[in-house]
Design a protein around this ligand. Structure first.
Ligand code: NAX
Length: 343
């Protein structure tokens, strides 16, 4: 291992006739989510057991020592698929030729912060990172934004990276989807693996809407299995406030479940959904009346490395009300960061 003031590298693991290694960048790599996420990427859970990876890890200077420790542990895990590990505090180094980027690093919300404080604290990070992505990442890079407020942070990064097609910037609502699946699994006794096509509309915030109308639970329609009172009441509230409940119970925000959801999101994008509908937030192209450019969670399928929005589902009055509510919140967030959008 060689170390200088702001760059650490563990290299020299030989190529062995497998597929060409892909470059996977992770920001906030020494944080809580990073600590759970890196092991899943390195083990092959995301890109498959025959896809080698080179990890390009970004931290801020105060996080570099912790990052060095994380890299030592990654090295000690001797993952067969890991071809190299680089740690840096320079986004232009971390994103260089990156095929995939997990934008995780940012300040989590603390008790004293409201949503607008969070937008103000984290927005500027995504200007610099968007510019660095534009300058050095692969033109085909796939980006997932996890750092909150993730929809608006993805919007900021996208606006500052004109070279990269907007559809390659996504934000994570998969944790909300997984939370919704978990609630239905618990109530019905059906394993999560048998619950499909349950997806999220809107913003990763307590306004998001887990739409049960197309969900199938072990072959039965969720709207027949569960009563409307629960679906529009406790179910919705539990999913919407789950992040806060985890903080109260654990004394820290969701980390392992967030990392797991990020893996699910990127694995599905990379390997395909086989016809299943999943939730991804991406810049709207006007689907379902959502203003163009707003990063909004839609029902999606993934095929051949592309995200395809399922744009022909019927909308009832409750879903329309929730979609409108999310549009309003996201427009407000967009207004709050208008000076960061480079226009
Ligand atoms: P931590 O505070 O444990 O880790 C964040 C890491 O990011 C720290 O190591 C910090 O040094 C680093 N960092 C800060 N600014 C950076 C920058 N400009 N460049 C690179 N690294 C930077 O937070 P953690 O629990 O890992 O959460 C990370 C983010 O995920 C937070 O914004 C959090 O709110 C968000 N979450 C998003 C979720 C979602 O569903 N979209 C759910 C979980 C989580 O709340």
């Amino acid at each position: 291992m060689s170390t200088d003031s702001n760059e650490i590298a563990i290299v020299g693991m030989a190529n062995d006739g497998m597929k060409k290694s892909i470059r996977v960048a992770v920001t906030g790599a020494a944080g809580n989510i990073g600590y759970a996420l890196l092991w899943r990427i390195a083990s092959g859970d995301c890109f498959g057991m025959n896809q080698p990876v080179t990890l390009q890890l970004l931290e801020i200077p105060p996080g570099m020592q912790r990052l060095e420790g994380v890299m030592m542990e990654l090295n000690d895990s001797a993952f067969p698929l890991v071809r190299g590990i680089l740690g840096t505090d320079d986004p232009n180094v971390a994103f260089k030729e990156a095929d995939v980027i997990f934008l995780v690093g940012s300040r989590p919300r603390t008790k004293d912060m409201d949503r607008s404080d969070l937008v103000a604290a984290n927005g500027p990070i995504f200007v610099g990172q968007g510019k660095a992505i534009d300058a050095v990442a692969s033109s085909k890079v796939k980006i997932i934004t996890v750092g909150n407020p993730c929809n608006t942070n993805a919007l900021i990064a996208c606006a500052n990276a004109p070279r990269i097609p907007p559809r390659q910037f996504t934000a994570m609502t998969r944790l909300d989807q997984n939370r919704a699946v978990g609630q239905m699994a618990e109530r019905s006794g059906v394993p999560a693996s048998k619950i499909n096509d349950l997806f999220i509309w809107g913003n990763h915030a307590n306004t998001m809407y887990p739409d049960p109308r197309f969900a199938m639970v072990d072959g039965k329609s969720a709207t027949e299995l569960f009563d409307r009172e629960w679906l529009q009441g406790d179910f919705l509230d539990t999913v919407a406030t789950r992040g806060k409940a985890i903080i109260v119970a654990r004394g820290a925000s969701s980390a392992a479940s967030a990392a797991s959801a990020a893996i699910d999101h990127m694995r599905d994008w990379w390997q395909g959904t086989d016809g299943r509908i999943v939730s991804m937030a991406l810049p709207s192209e006007g689907w379902y009346g959502v203003p163009e450019g707003l990063v909004f969670s839609f029902p999606c399928r993934c095929e051949n490395g592309d995200v395809i929005v399922v744009d022909n589902l019927p909308i009832d009055s409750f879903a329309q009300m929730k979609i409108d509510e999310n549009i309003a919140v996201l427009l407000e967030e967009r207004d709050a960061v208008s000076e960061l959008l480079g226009k």
